[in-house]
Design a protein around this ligand. Structure first.
Ligand code: 4NP
Length: 161
């Protein structure tokens, strides 16, 4: 079975989407599922392109054993063809993702919260260290739920619909 390819997307690719990617990489490592998934992250904007994560994000990821090599980048047209899922963090991400999508986009685009009510994930960029920890925990929980869905093939690359 080919791996399920998932791209987490936020605005700047220095806070929320790297927190989600770090949580996802950690969970599949712990569960021995690394061969079944590929994770990456990107931003809808290029403000922080080439930069590492926000320092608060680095600390939280390190605290959770979830650090991974990361350089912020902006989403590309190729991403829409290469990934099975593109998961955004809030409604603005979703609107930007739809606006930037090429005509031959193959990825399914959704809010990371979509199956569970569709609320926004708080952006710790505008908050404090504690908010960053809370956002990590929220995203780890959401990613764990997505892994359950994908494990049961509810939303695998071929889809269940
Ligand atoms: P992120 O947070 O989208 O979760 O990475 C932000 C990062 C940078 C900016 C806004 C949000 N910014 O305006 O530069």
């Amino acid at each position: 079975m080919p791996p399920i390819r998932v791209l987490f997307v936020c605005l700047g690719n220095i806070c929320r989407s790297p927190l989600a990617e770090g949580a996802a990489r950690k969970l599949v490592r712990e569960r021995g599922l690394e061969h079944r998934f590929r994770f990456d992250s990107a931003g809808t904007a290029g403000y922080h392109e080439g930069e590492p994560y926000d320092p608060r994000v680095r600390k939280v990821l390190a605290d959770h054993g979830a650090l991974f090599p990361h350089t912020a980048r902006r989403i590309t047209a190729e991403d829409y063809r290469a990934f099975d899922w593109i998961l955004g963090m809030d409604e603005a991400n979703l609107r930007d993702l739809q606006r930037l999508a090429p005509p031959d986009a193959a990825a399914r685009i959704a809010l990371v919260t979509e199956p569970w009510g569709g609320g926004r994930v708080t952006d710790p960029y505008y908050a404090d260290d504690w908010a960053c920890e809370q956002t990590y925990l929220e995203l780890e929980d959401l990613v764990a739920r997505w892994l359950e869905r994908w494990a049961h093939d509810e939303d695998g690359p071929e889809g269940a619909a």
